[in-house]
Design a binder for this molecule. Structure first.
Ligand code: SAM
Length: 213
């Protein structure tokens, strides 16, 4: 994943920021569960988009760096943070344009790595999980909720590369919930929680909390 993806998300950023959360109740469950897992942690979020989750989670952590490949997304997140600070938000939150690979190359270490609606967009799964593992101290937590395209209707799976060809979809990595859990374990994690938080019929986004071994 590289410049093409960053450009796709830069183009999408304003529209993405304006679009409502698809499942408010599911989002709230995820926030509550995540907050309970990160008290006092040095946390980093990958693929934070416009910072919606970061702004709701940062005060539960000791420090919270929210990152994204897209400068357009980060610019909007910064605007939202400045607005929030004007109305009393005082969490230890900062935003920065970066990927897991960039942070891993810098040698940064965290107690928690978070990614929401991110892992299926971040390129080669084993490579990204390797970067995430190297960002964590032993015992640190990886928390993810992301769509498992491998469990979706085959027509949707066929449509994604076609839409990608005409610039209407980002690069997507296909995995099922089962193969995602296997890949996380193979990258050096013990899975502690594997839940579904959705309030609608079929939830294809497992919430996974995994401890770095
Ligand atoms: C579907 S949005 C999710 C944003 C936010 N986490 C949320 O749940 O609303 C996916 C985000 O991942 C970012 N992204 C895509 N590929 C990435 C990569 N390789 N590294 C970091 N961020 C990436 C995009 O720029 C976009 O902001």
């Amino acid at each position: 994943m590289g410049d093409k993806d960053a450009r796709f998300w830069d183009r999408a950023a304003r529209k993405y920021a304006a679009s409502p959360i698809g499942d408010e109740a599911g989002f709230e469950r995820t926030l509550a569960r995540t907050r309970a897992l990160i008290p006092g942690a040095r946390a980093v979020e990958l693929g934070c988009g416009t910072g919606t989750a970061a702004l709701r989670l940062a005060d539960a952590a000791g420090s919270y760096l929210a990152t994204d490949i897209s400068g357009g997304m980060i610019a909007i997140a910064q605007e939202k943070l400045e607005d929030a600070r004007r109305t009393g938000f005082n969490g230890q939150l900062s935003f920065r344009q970066a990927t897991a690979g960039i942070l891993a190359d810098e040698g940064a270490r965290y107690d928690a790595v978070l990614g929401f609606n991110y892992l299926h967009l971040a390129g080669d799964l084993a490579a990204v999980l390797g970067h995430i593992r190297s960002l964590l101290v032993p015992g640190g937590l990886f928390i993810s909720k992301t769509p498992c395209v491998g469990d979706m209707n085959p027509l949707v799976r066929l449509a994604i590369p076609l839409m990608r060809l005409v610039g209407k979809a980002p690069g997507v990595t296909t995995f099922s919930a089962a193969s995602l859990a296997e890949a996380i374990s193979a990258a050096g994690f013990e899975i502690l929680e594997n839940e579904r938080h959705g309030s609608k019929k079929r939830d294809l986004r497992p919430f996974i909390a995994a401890r770095a071994l």
